[in-house]
Write a protein that binds this ligand. Structure first.
Ligand SMILES: Cc1cc2nc3c(=O)[nH]c(=O)nc-3n(C[C@H](O)[C@H](O)[C@H](O)COP(=O)(O)OP(=O)(O)OC[C@H]3O[C@@H](n4cnc5c(N)ncnc54)[C@H](O)[C@@H]3O)c2cc1C
Length: 403
C-alpha cells in the first residue's frame, strides 16, 4: 500500500536542491549566521528553481508536484540551514497552501499565484505577545467598517516579518466568541498602518528573519477575508497541519547534517590510539541519530502520502512534528558531544545545528502541546471534524483546485 521510494522526479528535485545548498548556502552560512543576516537573494534563487511553490498547482504558478516533494525540499534546505527551510515553511506551507485550501478564486489569482512563482513572499501572523499556544487568547481586533475591516494589534515572532509582501493575519471579529470569534485576513505590507521590526540576538536561526508586525488602523477590504468570518481558528489550525509537516521534514534534513558531520569527525579524530568512531559510546550516539532519521522520515512520508490522498492528517502530522523535532534536537546535542570542545566552537557547524534545532521544538506547537494532543487522541478526548474546505488531493484535479 505504501511506496515511499522517491520517484525519478523527486530524486531530480533532491539533487537540484542539494547542489543549490552546497553551492549557494554552505560557503556563506557561517558568515550570515554570525552577522544575523537574512540573505534575501536566496529567495530569488529558490524562486528560480521553483522551490517557493513546489506543491502548488501549475494553474496557480507552482510546480504541481506532490506533497512529499515539499518534504524533500524542506529536508535538503535544512541540511544547509534552518533559516531557509523556515522561509519555505512559512511562505509555502503556512501561507500558500492555506490560500490553496481556503482562498477564493480572486485570492488565488491575486496572491497565491505570485507567491507560488516566488515573485511575492507570504508570511503567517498568528502569535502575539500574550497568545502563543493559547491561540484563542489573541487580542488583535478586526472591526467591520462598511465594506472593509479595520485591524489593530500586534504580532510577534513572525518569520519573514521584514521580507514578506503579504501576511495572513488572524484577528478577532467577535471578542466574546472565543476561538469561534477569530477570522483570517490577507494583509499587504505596503498598506498604511503596517510596520515590522526584526529581532536580533535570537538563540538560533540567526540567518533567518523573525520579529514583530504592527497593525495600526489598517484598512483591509472584505475580499481579503479568507474563508468566512469566524472561521479563522480552523484556518489557522489547518495551516499548521501543513506547516508542521514541513517543519518535521526539515528536522529530517537537520539530522542528516548531524550524521554527516559526526561520521566525518568520528573518522578523523583519534583518542586512545584509534578513531573515536571505534568507541562504542560514540557509535551509540550515531546509531541514535540513524534511528531518529529513519523513523522521522517514515512519519513524514506517511503524512505526505495522506495529504496526497486527501486524508485528514492532523493527528499524524502532530506526531511527526513532535517526534522529528525532538530527534533532531537530540541529534544536534549529540553531534556537539561527538565533536568534544571543537563542537563548542563556531569552527564546526554542529553548534549552529544545536542552536537552530531548538526553535522547531517550540514553534508550530511546542513539544508539550503535541504531547497533549497525542494523549488526548489516544484517550478519545480529541476528535477531528470534517472541514468545510480541504487541501486538494494530488495529482491535482481541476474541479478541486478551482473551487
Ligand atoms: C524562531 C521562531 C519563529 C516563529 N515563527 C512564527 C511565525 O512565523 N508565525 C507565528 O504566528 N508564530 C511564530 N513563532 C511563534 C511560535 O509559534 C510560538 O512561540 C509557540 O506557539 C509557543 O508560544 P509561546 O512562545 O507564547 O509559548 P507559551 O504558549 O507561552 O508556552 C510557554 C511554555 O508553556 C507550555 N505550555 C503552554 N500551554 C500548555 C499546555 N496546555 N500544556 C502543557 N504545557 C503548556 C509550552 O509548551 C511552553 O513550554 C515563532 C517562534 C520562534 C521561536
Amino acid at each position: 500500500m505504501f511506496d515511499f521510494s522517491p520517484t525519478e522526479e523527486q530524486q531530480a528535485v533532491q539533487k537540484t536542491v542539494r547542489k543549490f545548498v552546497d553551492r549557494e548556502i554552505m560557503p556563506h552560512i557561517e558568515k550570515w549566521d554570525a552577522e544575523q543576516h537574512f540573505e534575501t537573494e536566496m529567495i530569488d534563487q529558490m524562486a528560480d528553481l521553483g522551490l517557493m511553490g513546489v506543491c502548488i498547482p501549475e494553474e496557480y504558478g507552482g510546480q504541481g508536484m506532490d506533497y512529499n516533494t515539499l518534504a524533500i525540499v524542506c529536508a535538503e534546505l535544512e541540511r544547509g540551514d534552518t533559516a531557509f527551510r523556515t522561509a519555505v515553511s512559512v511562505h509555502t506551507a503556512l501561507n500558500s497552501m492555506t490560500l490553496l485550501q481556503w482562498g477564493d478564486q480572486h485570492q488565488k489569482e491575486k496572491y497565491l499565484t505570485p507567491q507560488a512563482q516566488g515573485t511575492r513572499v507570504g508570511a503567517y501572523g498568528l502569535t502575539e505577545p500574550n497568545a502563543g499556544s493559547d491561540v484563542a487568547a489573541l487580542q488583535t481586533r478586526a472591526v467591520k467598517d462598511g465594506d472593509d475591516y479595520i485591524l489593530n494589534g500586534s504580532k510577534t515572532w513572525i518569520s519573514l516579518c521584514d521580507v514578506a509582501d503579504h501576511f495572513l493575519i488572524f484577528a478577532k471579529t467577535d471578542p466574546d466568541a472565543g476561538h469561534r470569534g477569530l477570522s483570517c485576513f490577507i494583509v499587504e505590507r505596503t498598506w498604511e498602518g503596517v510596520s515590522t521590526r526584526g529581532f536580533k540576538h535570537k538563540l538560533g536561526i540567526r540567518a533567518g528573519n523573525t520579529g514583530e508586525v504592527f497593525l495600526e488602523n489598517v484598512r483591509v477590504p472584505k475580499e481579503n477575508l479568507v474563508g468566512e468570518e469566524g472561521e479563522g481558528f480552523k484556518i489557522a489550525m489547518s495551516a499548521l497541519d501543513n506547516g508542521r509537516f514541513s517543519v518535521a521534514a526539515g528536522a529530517v534534513g537537520l539530522i542528516d547534517a548531524c550524521i554527516e558531520a559526526s561520521v566525518k569527525y568520528a573518522h578523523e579524530r583519534e583518542t586512545f590510539g584509534k578513531p573515536i568512531g571505534r568507541h562504542q559510546l560514540v557509535q551509540q550516539m550515531i546509531a541514535k541519530m540513524i534511528a531518529g532519521y529513519e523513523s522521522s522520515q517514515l512519519l513524514v512520508y506517511r503524512v505526505g502520502w495522506m495529504k496526497n490522498q486527501g486524508m485528514r492528517n492532523t493527528r499524524e502530522t502532530s506526531l511527526a512534528k513532535w517526534y522529528a523535532c525532538d530527534a533532531a534536537f537530540q541529534a544536534a546535542v549529540d553531534a556537539v558531544q561527538i565533536h568534544g570542545a571543537n563542537g563548542y566552537s563556531h569552527e564546526f557547524p554542529v553548534e549552529r545545528y544545536m542552536r537552530n534545532a531548538k526553535a522547531p521544538v517550540i514553534y508550530e506547537g511546542t513539544r508539550e502541546i503535541h504531547q497533549v494532543m497525542q494523549g488526548e487522541y489516544a484517550l478519545g478526548y480529541r476528535k477531528d471534524k470534517d472541514l468545510r474546505k480541504t487541501l486538494p488531493r494530488w495529482p491535482f484535479k481541476k474541479e478541486e483546485i478551482f473551487s
